[in-house]
Design a protein around this ligand. Structure first.
Ligand code: KIV
Ligand code: ZN
Length: 389
């Protein structure tokens, strides 16, 4: 797989994900998640924001000392003290990265930073150089890039690449982008910046309009080769692009996307469950890939189709993403085929069609009263039907 065919998966569950209100994690919880991310073969784990607190520093340090296969990263503002603290936390890492950022949109520069654009450029260059003195692998982010001016982004990116940034991250900080336009922005940056080939372009999309995954995929189509994402889409406000959706979209639609990741997809569901149990954030049942219903079929037409040929209604296998199996849920929309198949799995068959018909009629009556029919319900109604037939 050449680097052009490969998308780097940068997981920020432990940093941006932890910025979900109510999702803060202890050092040990972060370590457990980091180990699972490494098992899943995530390329880069953003372990925290070393200067944010002593706890965050210790978490980044512990993860940097433990994780061997993934690069471990700490966030830092474009400030000397932040960069030095990140470097210190990462000192023992097998492979470490400092991720430094500064806002580049007119509204952030004027009201938040209260800096002139030229000062922002100089701060960015200084930060990248300082980080490069501590570590080889430096990422630079243009905060609020999707509301920044194209000419200004080109200017600052060219300078930070010259200063030694290896990865240039274009965040859609406030989830403002829409896919086609965001893809065009990424394509134009790569095409216009003279030294663009010296860095990997990355995206970091927030989900305020529910478009984080779509925007990330549009960016990949335009040449981005790193995607920043989180397990279960956790993150500030409406969250970040969800790792499971990005990875499975790239894999399932490789025919159109033309790229691969290194992720062991069978570790996705275990990672989702771990993050959900650690943070206490439940996964909605209809969440793509990791929701309890993602591989469950209820309607009779769908169940009959899947029993005849799985691919009639499934585009991935449940096992590919770490579930044990797909599921036929017996409810009021289910048909005779799924009803009979489930009973056969339970070791029950019918001596006569009359027996099957009576049991199926009783099943439909019960299904009108209950959301889901469980195996115990089935066994009870079969013995009633037998007694009656
Ligand atoms: O959303 C954002 O802009 C960020 C940056 C710090 C990368 O999280
Ligand atoms: Zn973010």
């Amino acid at each position: 797989m050449s680097s052009q065919d490969r998308v780097i998966i940068f997981d920020t569950t432990l940093r941006d994900g932890e910025q979900s209100p109510g999702a803060s994690m202890t050092r040990d919880e972060k370590l457990r998640i980091a180990r699972q991310l490494e098992r899943m073969r995530v390329d880069v784990i953003e372990a925290g924001f070393a200067i944010a607190s002593v706890g965050d520093f210790e978490s980044v340090q512990a993860i940097a000392r433990t994780i061997k296969e993934s690069t471990v990263c700490s966030l830092s503002r474009a400030l000397d003290a932040d960069i030095d603290r990140a470097g210190e936390a990462l000192r023992d890492a097998n492979s470490g990265r400092i991720h430094t950022f500064i806002a580049t949109s007119p509204i952030h520069m004027k009201y938040k930073l209260q800096m002139e654009p030229d000062q922002v450029v100089e701060s960015a260059v200084r930060a990248v150089k300082r980080a490069r003195n501590l570590i080889d692998d430096v990422e630079f982010s243009l905060e609020d890039a999707s509301r920044s001016e194209m000419d200004f982004m080109c200017r600052i990116i060219e300078r930070v690449i010259d200063a030694g940034a290896r990865t240039i991250n274009i965040p859609d900080t406030v989830g403002y982008a829409v896919p086609q336009q965001f893809g065009q922005v990424i394509g134009e940056l790569i095409q216009r910046i003279p030294n663009a080939d010296k860095a990997i372009f990355s995206v970091h999309c927030h989900n305020d309009l529910g478009l984080a995954v779509a925007n990330s995929l549009a960016a990949v189509s335009a040449g981005a080769r790193q995607v920043e994402c989180t397990i279960n889409g956790l993150g500030e406000r409406a969250g970040n692009a969800s790792l499971e959706e990005i990875v499975m979209a790239l894999r399932t639609r490789r025919d159109v996307m033309g790229v691969e990741t290194s992720i062991d997809t069978t570790q996705i569901v275990p990672a989702s469950r771990l993050v959900s149990s650690v943070t206490g954030f439940p996964v909605q049942p209809n969440k793509a890939i990791v929701g309890a219903n993602a591989f469950a079929h209820e309607s009779g037409i769908h169940q009959d189709g899947v029993l005849k040929h799985r691919e009639t209604y499934e585009i991935m296998t449940a096992q590919d993403v770490g579930w044990n199996t797909n599921r036929m849920v017996l409810g009021k929309h289910s048909g005779r085929a799924a009803f009979r198949a489930r009973l056969e799995e339970l070791g029950t068959s019918f001596a006569t069609d009359a027996e099957l018909n009576t049991a199926f009629t009783r099943f439909k009556e019960l299904a009108d009263k209950k959301h889901e029919i469980f195996d115990e319900d089935l066994m009870a109604l079969v013995s009633d039907a037998r007694a009656e037939a």
